[in-house]
Design a protein around this ligand. Sequence first.
Ligand code: PEP
Ligand code: MG
Length: 821
Amino acid sequence: MISLDLSAVRLGATAVDKTDAIRQVGRILVEAGYIEPGYVDSLLARERVANTFLGNGIAIPHGVPKDRGMIKQTGVAVLQVPGGVEWNPGDRVHLVVGIAAKSDEHLQILTNLTDVLGDPAEAARLAHTTNPADIGQRLSTGTAPAKPAAQPLPDDLPNHFDTVITSPHGLHARPATALVDIAKGFGATIRVRHGNRAGDAKSLIALLNLGIESGATIRVMAEGADADAALAALRDAIDSGLEEEEETAGAAGSADLPRIDWEGPSVAAVAASPGLALGPVRQYQRGKIVVAATARDPAAELTRLDRAIEAAKRELAELYEEVKARAGAGKAAIFRAHAEFLADQGLIDRAKGLIREDARSAGYAWEQSIGEQAKTLAAQQDALLAARALDLRDVGRRVLRMLAERIEDEPNLPDTPVILIADDLSPSDTARLDPALVLGICTAAGGPTSHTAIIARSLGIPAVVGAGDSVLDIADGSPVVLDGNSGTLVLIPTDRDRANAERARADMAVQREAERRACYQPAITTDGARIEVVANIAAPAEAGRAVEAGGEGVGLLRTEFLFLGRDQAPSEDEQAAAYTEMVRALNGLPIIIRTLDIGGDKAVPYMSMPAEENPFLGERGIRLCLNRPELFRSQLRAIFRAAAHGPVRIMYPMISTLEELKRAKALTEEVRLEVGAAPVEIGIMIEVPSAVMMAEELAAESDFFSVGSNDLTQYCLAVDRMHPLLSRQADGLHPAVLRMIDATVRAADKAGIWVGVCGGIAGDPRGVVILTGLGVRELSVSIPSIAAVKAQIRGLSMEQARGLARRALACSTSAAVRGLR
Ligand code: PEP
Ligand code: MG
């Protein structure tokens, strides 16, 4: 047991910022003989990865465990800053309690400190006292009421629970992001302890740095008004697996895949994405980002840094949407984790400190800050956690590109089909690849759960990972065989290897070709009911691809694509050109153009939309368009101009009342007369429960309905479709949602209009049958699903479909619906 030595208490100090305060308390620890001077950097390093702010104006900087060798003797020093120093935005600290802990002799001091934490008046008294003995007495042994048997360690907070992390790979980026997301929803200070280390539960980096492996017991601690609620939410989330996705698909199912014994010299790697590829190697290089070392105007550099980070966040939000649309929310989640890195105050503060104090340029400072943090992560024992350093570098590079003076040797992406080899591919690299030009992917590093693997699978590109550095020496152009089924890279394929690879590929191609040929056949059930299968698209080039894939038109054009990722709204001419291009590509097939569905999760910076508490319940979709008639009119004019070139239907998103529909129609009619265009069919999305309840009235004003089951599920079940934990419960096949669709179809039948579905369940094999049975006449699905959906309908009778639909409507849970045979 030690007591606080009064010579280690400095009163009446001032500090320009947190770093200065930590340096000062570090100096006291040095002068008291507790630490070597080098440990001061360790105090600062700790602060960059974990938040040592305790609450009530108290912070307890302490170094990182690996530097414990620089502690000569356990001791505590106190720097009193009566005027306070900003620790985190909004958090001011008056008592900086520096800790050099070689053993647990200082625990009594910390126990006493926790008492002060719960006593704001006492904290204020100590913050302003002019007598060092006040602090000495309050924090020293035995002067505070004895605590029960609790064993507080640095950072411990009064309320807590202990739990075991069962995620198979420990608390890696995705589950940690889920935890951070929840923690940020509460005002309480929340920390997680693992062994003798603790970190801020609202900082992704802090959590990752705890190195929490599968099976580890952690303590989740909270303090503040909503501490109990926060702990309950976190316990629930951890108990339900923290959105861990089953990602063993690389290995799963491989037993069914063709196995080939290769003859030529090969590298054994990890099978990451199934399939075979034969082609020339192309080594993937990244361009060198050059930044200035110093800058004259720190204020300008700080602004540049903020802007670059904001721009990178916008890019990540778009990438998330893009990958989500292509491969689902689970696959896209990594880009949300990346955005979370960019919200990390420690990273940003470090970079800003370098700009302010060392006159560094924004680029240099950011590169430095990312480099330091990535190094700390990479040093983790747990390979999976260490691998997250790659994510941090990836997101760091995204920002750095925007701060670059120039980028040297920027490689062109391949323009002929190749097998791409790289040390490791970041999620951003992989998402940029064109599946048509990348026959296969081989990385030297990485494992089956790496993002390269996940995204390669979603793009349908065969991949092997963890092949070792030797593959980086293979010359560009060398012909290789990549076997994503067994995890092999055949370096010098023999004639027989080539023949085997060609045959296997040919078999697969035959199968695909059979599907492709059948994709133009209409989707007619065995008893003669025709279902139209059309495409959801979000880019001009996709219209032609939809037709090639067998789409009988476009059931949903998400026009937001024209408005995102730019500085100002597209002009009417630009929109008209884009819509016309798609109408022409469809060559007489119908297209449903949905008017702008901005808002909710899709924010557009240049529209200066005020922040909303509940954006999904705010100015979204048609509401935004009705509030900004010029924006709406310009889009409608462009649509009517495109309608001169082929069959166009207009659809309004997010209709929740009859008045909205009438106002939108009136405006549309005005614009039509202005343009002098012929009338077009006008329909609405059914995606809000009120629209279902008012379906009869809405049907009287509509030519068709299209059920947006993604949003209908969200609003029906009150589950945010983007929620990191709950979105898994947002199952569009829940009986509540199916009953809503049933009611919609019945109302539409009465009014004599047809109903389509353009949400995710339209492409779900079970959804296809149930929706067909409910009387839905059009299924609008992603382009790759068209052939399969049509084939499925051709094998189905209406009687079967109706039977399944009836039984689904009678179910009580979505699990029961999915379990129906
Ligand atoms: C839907 O909500 O189901 C839908 C198709 O629209 P979006 O996903 O674009 O909101
Ligand atoms: Mg929607």
